[in-house]
Design a protein around this ligand. Structure first.
Ligand SMILES: Nc1ncnc2c1ncn2[C@@H]1O[C@H](COP(=O)(O)O)[C@@H](OP(=O)(O)O)[C@H]1O
Ligand SMILES: [Mg+2]
Length: 456
C-alpha cells in the first residue's frame, strides 16, 4: 500500500494515543473500509496495521511510518493538544463515573447530599468532589505549575466548620474516585489524599481567567438542578489559550446514543434502559463529546461502564451537526428554567421565523452536545438583563459545536469572548448556537426585529 494512502486514511483516526479500529467511509478511493491502526505519540509513529475493504476480503499492511511531526492530521496545523485532549477526556470520564454514583444515591435515598449555597443555587458533594478530582488529575498529569484552573466552586464554603460532615463525604468520594484512575489510564495517588490535600486541589482552581496565557475552565456539575432532579447535567472542561477556547470536553452521563431519550425524564430513561438489552459499546448510556480547535472534527465516545478499562479510542466516532436549514423542520433547545432564559421571548422568535416544533427544554450544556450531535438544530439563551454569563457554562460547548460544523455567537452575531475573565463580558443580549449559518442568520434577524418590543 502506498504511504500517502495511509496518511489520507489516518486523517480519520482519532487524534489520540493508542490503538483502534475505525470505519473509514469513502476513503481509499471511493471504497468504504475498516482500518486497524496503532499510534504512538512518544516516538511519533503511526502504523496502519491492516486495512480491509468491506466488499473484499483483501487486507493491507503498512510499515511503521514517521507521523508528520508538525502537522495536524487533518488541517495541517500543529497537533498541539493531543496530550491535553487525552488527559481531559479521561478526567471527565472519571468525573462522570463519580457523578453517576452520587446521582444514583440521591435518587434512591433522597438523602441529604444537597446543601444550600449562599447564592441560593444548589450544590452537592459531586460538585466539590469533581472539582478536586479533575484538579488533582490535571496537576498530576501536566505538573501543577503548568495548570491554572477557573472553576465554579470556591473552597471557603466547603471549609466552614459546620460543613465538616460534608467535607468528610467529599474526601471519601474523591479518594474512591481517584483509586479508580488506573482503569481510566491515569495515575492514582500512592496513598489516599488527606483532607488538606483535597482542599488544596479545590483551591488550586483559583484562576480568574483573562486574555493572557493558558487556563482550564471547569464546570464540575453543570445543570445542578437537572442533577438533583435525576435529569440531564454535564461535566464541562475547556482549555483556553490567549483568550481562545482551544479544546472542549463535555461529559453527558444521562445523554445516551438514542436521541429520542433526550425528551424523557431520566427516571423514565432508567426504566427503559433496564428493559432494553445493553449493547457491547454501551451506547445506551451516557457519552463524552470532545473537540480540539482547528481540527474540523468533534468526537463522541461512550461512558466507561462497570469495571471496564478505558482503551483508547474507546469506540469514539465523529459527530457532525445536522444539515437541516429549514426552520419548519428544525428543533430548538433552551433551558428548562424560565428564570435562566425567557421562554416567552424565544417563543416569539420561533413563531416569527417559522419554527414549528415544540422547544426541547434540557438542563445544562447537554444542549450544546445535542446540537453537535445533530439531534437538534438551534440553542438559544436569553437571560434576564444584568445576568452575567460565566465562561465555564459555554466554553466547552462552543468549541465542540464549531468543530462539528456549527455556529456559536451572541445575539449580535459576534463570537463569544472568553478573554474577559470569569464572565462573557460584552455579550450582546443572548447566546445563539446553530447547526449552520442559514438558521443562524434568520435568528439574528428575528432578534433584531423583536428586541425593542420585548421586556428584556
Ligand atoms: N438567572 C440566571 N440566568 C441565566 N443563567 C443562569 C441563571 N442562574 C444560573 N444560571 C446558569 O445556568 C446554568 C444552567 O443552565 P441551564 O439553565 O441551561 O440548565 C447554571 O449552571 P450550574 O447549574 O452549573 O450552576 C448557571 O450557571
Ligand atoms: Mg453551569
Amino acid at each position: 500500500m502506498p504511504l500517502n494512502c495511509s496518511i489520507s486514511l489516518a486523517t480519520k483516526v482519532p487524534h489520540i494515543l493508542g490503538q483502534g479500529r475505525r470505519y473509514a467511509p469513502n476513503h481509499f478511493g471511493k471504497t468504504s473500509c475498516f482500518l486497524t491502526y496503532s499510534r504512538n505519540y512518544q516516538n511519533k509513529s503511526l502504523q496502519i496495521v491492516s486495512l480491509s475493504k468491506l466488499n473484499q476480503t483483501q487486507n493491507y499492511t503498512s510499515s511503521i511510518m514517521e507521523e508528520p511531526k508538525s502537522l495536524d492530521l487533518l488541517s495541517g496545523k500543529p497537533e498541539k493538544y493531543s496530550k491535553e485532549i487525552d488527559i481531559a477526556v479521561r478526567a471527565v470520564q472519571m468525573a462522570c463515573s463519580l457523578c453517576q454514583k452520587v446521582q444514583d444515591s440521591i435518587i434512591s435515598k433522597s438523602n441529604n447530599q444537597v446543601q444550600s449555597k449562599d447564592d441560593n443555587s444548589l450544590v452537592t458533594v459531586a460538585d466539590w468532589s469533581v472539582q478536586a478530582t479533575v484538579s488533582w488529575i490535571l496537576c498530576e498529569s501536566l505538573g501543577s505549575r503548568n495548570v491554572s484552573i477557573v472553576a465554579e466552586e470556591d473552597v471557603e464554603t466547603l471549609s466552614k466548620t459546620h460543613k465538616a460532615g460534608l467535607l468528610e463525604a467529599v474526601v471519601q468520594t474523591v479518594n474512591e474516585c481517584l483509586a479508580e484512575a488506573p482503569r481510566f489510564g491515569l495515575n492514582a495517588p500512592g496513598v489516599a489524599l488527606t483532607t488538606s490535600e483535597v482542599l488544596e486541589a479545590i483551591s488550586h482552581c483559583n484562576s480568574s481567567g483573562g486574555p493572557i496565557g493558558r487556563f482550564w475552565a471547569l464546570d464540575p456539575v453543570d445543570g445542578t438542578l437537572g442533577f438533583v432532579r435525576g435529569d440531564q447535567y454535564a461535566v464541562a472542561l475547556a482549555l483556553i489559550e490567549e483568550g481562545e477556547v482551544v479544546l472542549g470536553v463535555l461529559g453527558c452521563p444521562n445523554y445516551p446514543m438514542r436521541k429520542e431519550w433526550l425528551n424523557y425524564h431520566h427516571r423514565y430513561h432508567r426504566i427503559i434502559s433496564k428493559l432494553t438489552p445493553p449493547t457491547s459499546e454501551s451506547w445506551d448510556k451516557g457519552c463524552v463529546i470532545y473537540a480540539g480547535k482547528g481540527s474540523g472534527e468533534a468526537w463522541m465516545q461512550p461512558l466507561l461502564q462497570g469495571n471496564k478499562k478505558l482503551v483508547w479510542p474507546n469506540s469514539a466516532r465523529p459527530v457532525r451537526v445536522s444539515s437541516i436549514n429549514n426552520p419548519a423542520l428544525a428543533t430548538f433547545c433552551e433551558p428548562v428554567e424560565k428564570a435562566n432564559s425567557s421562554h416567552s421571548f424565544t417563543a416569539g422568535l420561533a413563531h416569527s421565523m417559522g419554527l414549528r416544533m415544540q422547544p426541547l427544554r434540557v438542563y445544562s450544556m447537554v444542549k450544546y452536545a445535542a446540537i453537535a450531535r445533530g439531534d437538534a438544530e438551534i440553542f438559544m439563551k436569553f437571560a434576564r438583563a444584568g445576568y452575567k454569563e460565566k465562561i465555564w457554562d459555554h466554553a466547552a460547548g462552543a468549541v465542540i459545536i464549531q468543530e462539528a460544523g456549527g455556529v456559536v455567537t451572541d445575539a449580535g452575531g459576534r463570537p463569544l469572548d472568553f478573554s474577559k475573565g470569569m464572565y462573557l463580558d460584552g455579550l450582546d443580549r443572548g447566546i445563539i448556537a446553530c447547526a449552520g449559518p442559514v438558521l443562524h442568520d434568520k435568528i439574528v434577524e428575528a432578534v433584531d426585529a423583536s428586541w425593542n418590543s420585548s421586556s428584556l
